[in-house]
Design a protein around this ligand. Structure first.
Ligand SMILES: Cc1cc2nc3c(=O)[nH]c(=O)nc-3n(C[C@H](O)[C@H](O)[C@H](O)COP(=O)(O)OP(=O)(O)OC[C@H]3O[C@@H](n4cnc5c(N)ncnc54)[C@H](O)[C@@H]3O)c2cc1C
Length: 372
């Protein structure tokens, strides 16, 4: 891993910026038509021309603006991570395999209430619940499965709602649309749980100079989820229906090597699917994503491979650290040191995602160059 810099991650970045449309036209040319959209929801409900349909962002009409928030907030449009206002992150990758890190720990939520519904250790749900209880936030945007497996953003204000959203949907959906579209009730402090692309979009929103009519400035806490990739809804759900029929899906779970399965739980039944069978449904945009651990978050959480019921947690910001410390002191969560071999593996996996993304970006650039 010699000489990797954030500046190499110039996805859709043109040196001649002045000629580039940074509105819907640019978004369409560089992201939507290239199949790079991951449907994070950052561009939705800002103008009448973009809609979410079956897990995809669809353009309804042309827009004549040279610049727009749809482009400015998109985590796939003109990404030059070096330019993003994220003070600690502008360093060599070697030093920051996983972005800014204060602590990496193995953590789980105490109490059986989270264990039943949560994906792994329940830390994400428990921390949001704790932050609401302590009034560190007034509401949070989580992700809930809508019809069958299609996820969408949901504003939560209490434990019952948090529990409804617990668990992972490995499909990417427009969670962030809730920020612009949500029926807010005068909340001043908002928490968001999202994938690395969604955490990056939030960072772009918060550092954008474009007019903000949305509650972007009220985002106080971002909890990011580790993510190697997410699936595309339409094709994957057709595939699943072919395999399982119309049975409602209760839980999805990905198991680590050597098993490497997507376990789908329906009414009392388990359907194990080899990961290789679902790879064709991975979003194209995930192949140019360099972030596995949600580096633009206050706290990031993933599963601890091979140790059931625990989360790997990366504490990144002062705000994240303060919330986490309080939750630990009040007995909401319990922590252990992450075993050294797990930490090394995490760093390796994070670097591997960056390496793969760089190679894919270079390949794309080369083939774009050839076709010009
Ligand atoms: C697409 C995807 C890929 C992932 N890949 C990895 C991985 O490679 N390695 C790893 O260690 N962990 C991965 N995770 C994270 C892991 O599945 C757990 O979310 C994480 O360990 C937190 O566990 P928990 O028990 O604290 O979560 P819970 O307490 O159950 O809370 C989970 C939270 O995730 C949110 N959520 C669920 N689905 C989505 C979605 N599609 N988009 C945005 N938010 C969502 C919900 O709002 C909920 O609040 C992935 C998650 C997703 C959604």
């Amino acid at each position: 891993m010699k000489g990797l810099y954030y500046s190499e991650f110039k996805v859709n970045f043109d040196r001649d910026e002045f000629e580039m449309n940074k509105g819907l036209k640019g978004l369409e040319e560089r992201v939507l038509s290239q199949g790079l959209c991951v449907s994070c929801g950052a561009c939705l409900s800002l103008c009448p021309y973009l809609r979410s349909w079956q897990g995809r962002v669809v353009k309804l009409h042309d827009c004549g603006l040279d610049e727009g928030r749809c482009f400015a907030y998109c985590p796939k449009a003109e990404i030059d991570l070096e330019r993003i206002d994220h003070k600690e992150i502008n360093q060599k990758y070697k030093k920051i395999e996983m972005g800014p890190v204060k602590k990496v720990l193995m953590v789980r939520a105490k109490g059986t209430i989270w264990a039943k519904k949560a994906q792994s250790g329940g830390v994400v749900s428990a921390l949001i619940d704790f932050a609401l209880g302590k009034k560190a936030i007034d509401a949070a945007i989580l992700t809930q499965r809508e019809t069958d497996i299609l996820p969408g953003g949901r504003i939560v204000r209490n434990r019952e709602d948090i529990l409804t959203c617990a668990g992972s949907s490995y499909i990417s959906g427009p969670t962030l649309e809730a920020l612009h579209k949500g029926l807010w009730q005068g909340e001043e402090k908002i928490g968001v749980v999202g994938l690395p692309c969604q955490a990056l979009a939030l960072t772009r929103m918060r550092s954008s100079s474009l007019e903000k009519r949305t509650p972007v400035d009220k985002v106080e806490l971002v909890i990011g989820l580790f993510c190697t990739w997410a699936l595309e809804y339409e094709q994957f759900s057709t595939f699943l229906k072919g395999k399982l029929g119309q049975s409602p899906i209760h839980k999805l779970e990905i198991t680590p090597p050597p098993e490497r399965l997507l376990k789908v739980y329906t009414n009392g039944q388990l359907h194990p699917l080899p990961i290789d069978e679902i790879r064709p449904f991975i979003r194209k945009g995930c192949h140019v994503c360099s972030d596995m651990t949600a580096e633009f978050s206050d706290i990031s959480a993933g599963t601890v491979e091979g140790i059931e019921g625990w989360n790997t947690v990366i504490i990144r910001s002062d705000r994240g650290e303060a919330l986490f410390k309080e939750a630990e002191e009040e007995g909401i969560i319990e922590c252990q040191l992450l075993p050294e071999d797990h930490l090394e593996h995490l760093k390796e996996a994070s670097l591997l995602k960056k390496e793969r993304a760089i190679n894919n970006i270079r390949e794309r650039e080369q083939s774009r160059g050839k076709s010009r």
